[in-house]
Design a protein around this ligand. Sequence first.
Ligand code: PL4
Length: 404
Amino acid sequence: MVKRNPNMAKLQSGYLFPEIARRKNEFIKKNPNAKLVSLGIGDTTQPIKPHITKGLADEASRLGTKEGYSGYGAEQGLEELRDRIAEKLYNGAINGDEVFVSDGAKPDTARLQLLFGSNVSIAVQDPSYPVYVDSSVILGQAKGYNQKKSQFGGIEYMKCVPENNFFPDLEKTKKTDIIFFCNPNNPTGAAAARGQLKQLVEFARKNKSILVYDSAYSQFISDKSLPKSIYEIEGAEEVAIEISSFSKPIGFTGVRLGWTVIPNELEFEDGTKVNKDWNRIMTTLFNGASNIAQRGGLAALDKKGMKEMEQTVSYYLENAKVIMASMEKLGYEVYGGIHAPYIWVRVPGKTSWQAFEEFLGKANVVTIPGVGFGPSGEGFLRLSSLGNRQDVDEAVKRIERSLK
Ligand code: PL4
């Protein structure tokens, strides 16, 4: 018999999101007449807008013709798309050849871990998107789970709570090789100010760390003074990798399209360019993003497409307003929801899982327990605004009726 990968045994339980689905299905089994409404998993619900859909459809049609057919593409993505991402989303702060198009931010996170290998130490915001910690454990970067602290040994958890304005105390943060930083943050919805990001870049430079900056929600930033990309910060090109995604702003969660930026200036200790090794990883382990998806991405980044992107984002941010207003009316302490599609709600006197069960049992509304994102998420729930307006209205009605 083959020995099980011991790192798999270190993982705590199932991955958070399938665990939520499992509990939801268990509830439905016990309560077959219950009609659940979800403010849970951050999946998009609104149809892809027409101009972007046309970009997808036109390419699908071209593939059915002799002249238009194309097979495998460049593993790094269409040159045209790489250039357009650099121009439209980074205002030329980086070049197209530093952009690597992919099938999404989550698979890029996993491949980045392969790039770093198992001998690096990592820091994560606490709470944060669970993929950073879980992929680190799988790669063998972490030690065993400390039940008392609800943390893995060997991982630096950077506490991000209302009391520190959701920004870590960098003076108390241990030096690590890699720092994962998601901004705007999932799950708290907090968006860092320029000064805070300057401190973060400075911290990474001082410690010679690599900052992996996940900007999957950057298009939700509604305040022009807040940076949308880490490359708006001077010197970031020497320390930061940025991963990002078309999933949320244009509804490509199922289409699958994202990208990673690795600037030419970013080097490993021995002087090897990080993007040289990334190119090796991508050409070896990835066969290029779907040509249909990439044409959709190109359509999203022209004038009409950018307008459509704004409309989609506004729709979800309107949902967020509805959810926040309702939770505030009920007296909850509410965070996020302004620069991100997530609302972070304190549930006093309860654990996150107790609150999750209460919302599910009394209001038949699915949420995500904050503790699923890290120990500092205990006592919070995450509510997603990525649903249909009707469902959001129904969810808040039920919450107001049954949880006041
Ligand atoms: C459920 C900070 C959602 N099954 O779609 P991708 O791969 O380009 O982006 C995924 C992603 C990357 N970075 C951050 C994210 O929050 C997400 C998506 N997170 C959520 O509810 O937290 C979807 C989760 C999905 C998953 O595991 O990603």
